[in-house]
Write a protein that binds this ligand. Sequence first.
Ligand code: EPU
Length: 337
Amino acid sequence: MLIQEHINLKPYNTFGVTAYAKYFVEVTSVEELIEVLGNSNYPELFILGGGSNMLLTKDIDALVIYINLKGISIDFEDNNFVHLKVMAGENWHQLVLYCLENNYGGIENLSLIPGNTGSAPIQNIGAYGVELKDVFISCKAMQIENGEMKTFDLEACKFGYRSSLFKTNEKGNYIISSVTLKLTKKDHKINVDYGAIQEELLKLNVESPTIQDVSKAVIAIRQSKLPDPNELGNSGSFFKNPVIDNPAFEVFISQFPEAPFYKISESEYKIPAGWLIEQAGFKGKRFGDAGVHTKQALVLVNYDNASGADILNLSKKIQQKVKHLFDIALETEVNIV
Ligand code: EPU
């Protein structure tokens, strides 16, 4: 294992911003991970996965450990289900494609989400009516403090909307090394509840969709509004869709009766942040090289040489204006480093 110094993390984050790691090491096995954690020369550590859900606003004065554990294996299989153990460094979308090739159902709605499998549980990735928790069995993670491996089942992970134990109570304490998913081999549950998928399937002239068709539809929708990080730096949705309680919702909807919303419980409503940001006049706006995507206002983009601080400043401007106009606080979905 080679520990390098002063490494530019631009290729390692999908925003494509420059920030330097004081030290940098790539680990490709659990043994290497144990070895590096045991090295007392580097007390400050920073764990890096696919780099698709973070905004680097400063240099990292630590040893950056790039988790590049690879491998997909079958833990259990019968006629109906397969339990797939996927190492943390496997690219998520490549995993989706592998499942489609093998006709394993369950994650087709999560096609084209950037990032690696090891990061998927941290924020309980979700899209088009499906969340990771719907197919999740467990994950293995190493406790940074003592190198101990632990298994976390569905309940232990405390999944919520773009949230988990690893993003809340145990933030920064574990390195996820593998994730095990329960997928169907037949009688797939086709999830087309999300209106846009149905519309897209109609366009594709598909009446009884397969998991492959659902994936095609999701890919078409995503490509029509979400920028490809290889072409335009971004981290997907920058903010979470805010959840407000009944009294706040009554005030909001009487002032903005045309606003879209989803009722998520008897007492709570979710408002699309993209709508709030568009109404606040930011959609498609560009400030230097930091901007708001032209087709989806929830996505902030780096046109080329924006710094993390430029993007963070833009996000603060947006938060202030949305708060001022709608009295709603936008929370970031992306981790600000
Ligand atoms: N909208 C606007 N203007 C915009 C964008 C959205 O008015 O510029 C309104 C529209 O009314 C639209 C509604 O917002 O109907 C919802 O938009 P969309 O279907 O694009 O979904 P979203 O709520 O903006 C969420 C996730 C996405 C996920 C999609 C589809 C969050 C924070 N984001 O976006 O996740 O792909 O639903 O399920 O929950 C991500 O996490 O990185 C991500 C891309």
